[in-house]
Design a protein around this ligand. Structure first.
Ligand SMILES: Cc1cc2nc3c(=O)[nH]c(=O)nc-3n(C[C@H](O)[C@H](O)[C@H](O)COP(=O)(O)OP(=O)(O)OC[C@H]3O[C@@H](n4cnc5c(N)ncnc54)[C@H](O)[C@@H]3O)c2cc1C
Length: 466
């Protein structure tokens, strides 16, 4: 039985690896449209630095990426965030303020650090503290992330903390993002424990010293995340990966799938795993199933740019004693967030240098993403000067743009996903894997790859018994 995996990002590579691990003789081919594997995972080595152009780490509390590393024999290459300085800052009125200890994305779990923090006014703190006394909502209707946070914690906590924290993860617009699709654990806590704060406390899921969304319980690889996808490529076998072979269309012919690539080459397959971005898959299947194609096309994607900047340590006034900072919309700046890469992970830059990553664009700043390279760098440096007291131009700059790369789980996303999954059932042997439906983080994509491989095996078994 021939399996073709479309897309050589982490989702597709995981699916192919998992299939071949279960059966090393399986007939598996990956079609990848570009000249490299990894998709948005991309690491550069330059100036003795490890430069992440896309993601730089993954959550370890979602177990699938760590499990994959274990299966690949890569656990010894995993690195944790530095214990010292494990905290994040929030830009507040032109200055960086530490996120209170014990604050978990939306909610404080420690009273004194929260009371002591200058980020919220007294009124804002009282509104947030009353969350644990508020009755849970009775309706099951989906609501936006903004509505959820404001309803539970008040407008001020939303504006000053939740918006930039969540905005930094999803590069999204909280007035459009679905609370149930983007932060299901918080929505469930309200229902299960009556309040998010009570849920967090009961769960005791926090390491008491951690704070921040991006910065706790994250891991990376000592040589960057590209090492993970290259290792997958080696284990799968490079002969099974066809680079520069974007799939253009798919149709059925005599109960097999007929695939035609952009260069006009065709091949047949019994099972096709679609692990390319939703817009791309929408185009591939447009003549096969126009409704499914339209459903996939309706998932909006945000564009973002990542600037990696190398500085001399002496040229930065701020001690960089944290993993980075996020910038609320109310600050009216161009940058969304900044990670202090060389503080966050050991070995990212030489000892006397500082490497940082700045995020721009996203759903709230398409105008910034549209700026020319020179202009983009100029506005980013202006903002960094405000918050970090940078006194000179960077020693080196690496700019990477990711157009339409981040799926946005907008209001109604869960219902859309239900419809899409239902629709896929009409196409036996056509299997979805990717970030646009059930999780954008690397662990979620790995899980999607594992699940797709499992569905292929089920399909194979059913075909044998048929
Ligand atoms: C800028 C950025 C930063 C991020 N940071 C983090 C982070 O720090 N931690 C984290 O956990 N997650 C992060 N994410 C999310 C996570 O990295 C991605 O969701 C995940 O890597 C997506 O993997 P994927 O394989 O599903 O898709 P992709 O990486 O997009 O791979 C899809 C592949 O399909 C190929 N393709 C497209 N069309 C076709 C076609 N027609 N035929 C064949 N191939 C095709 C593409 O070339 C690509 O290689 C980030 C995302 C972005 C964009």
């Amino acid at each position: 039985m021939k399996v073709v995996v479309v897309g050589g990002g982490i989702s597709g590579l995981t699916a192919a690896f998992s299939l071949l691990k279960a059966d090393p003789d399986a007939d598996v081919t990956i079609l990848e449209s570009t000249g490299r594997i990894g998709g948005v995972i991309s690491t550069l080595f330059d100036e003795d630095c490890v430069i992440e152009e896309g993601p730089d780490s993954f959550l370890t509390s979602k177990p699938w990426a760590v499990s994959l590393c274990e299966e690949l024999g890569l656990l010894d290459q995993l690195i944790a965030t530095n214990d010292a300085n494990r905290r994040a800052f929030i830009a507040t009125d032109g200055r960086l303020q530490p996120l209170p200890e014990g604050f978990f994305l939306l909610a404080p779990t420690k009273i004194w650090p929260f009371i002591d923090s200058p980020i919220l006014s007294v009124r804002g703190k009282i509104a947030a503290a009353l969350e644990s006394l508020k009755a849970p909502i009775q309706s099951c209707e989906d609501e936006t992330l903004k509505d959820f946070v404001v309803r539970r914690f008040g407008e001020e906590l939303f504006e000053r903390i939740a918006q930039p924290m969540v905005g930094g993860i999803y590069t999204g617009d909280p007035e459009k993002l679905s609370a149930a699709a983007t932060l299901p654990q918080f929505v469930e806590m309200e229902q299960k424990y009556g309040s998010v704060t009570r849920g967090l406390l009961t769960h005791g899921r926090l390491n008491s010293k951690d704070s921040g969304a991006r910065y706790s319980a994250f891991a990376s690889m000592n040589l960057g995340l590209q090492a993970l996808v290259e290792n997958l490529g080696d284990k799968i076998g490079r002969d099974k990966i066809q680079l520069n072979s974007g799939l253009r269309t798919i149709s059925t012919s005599a109960e097999r799938w007929k695939l035609v690539t952009c260069s006009g080459q065709s091949q047949e397959a019994d099972v096709v795993v679609l692990a390319a971005p939703a817009q791309s898959v929408s185009g591939i299947i447009s003549s096969l199933d126009s409704s499914l194609s339209a459903n996939l096309a309706s998932i909006e994607h945000a564009s973002s740019a990542i600037l990696n900047l190398l500085f001399d340590k002496n040229d930065i006034t701020h001690p960089l004693d944290g993993f980075g900072f996020v910038v609320p919309e109310r600050e009216r700046k161009s940058i969304i967030a900044c990670s202090f890469s060389s503080t966050k992970f050991k070995g990212r830059a030489p000892a006397n240098k500082v490497l940082m990553r700045v995020f721009l664009g996203g759903a709230l700043h398409p105008d910034v993403f549209a700026l020319s390279d020179g202009h983009l760098i100029k506005v980013a440096l202006e903002d960094l000067r405000t918050y970090l007291g940078i006194t000179s131009y960077p020693l080196k700059i690496w700019l990477k743009r990711w157009p339409n790369a981040m799926p946005q789980y907008h209001l109604g996303h869960l219902e859309l996903v239900r419809q899409i999954k239902q629709r896929f059932l009409n196409h036996r042997g056509l299997i979805w894997a990717g970030s646009a439906l059930t999780g954008v983080g690397i662990p979620d994509c790995v899980r999607a790859g594992f699940e797709a491989a499992q569905l292929v095996r089920v399909y194979q078994r059913e075909s044998v018994t048929d």
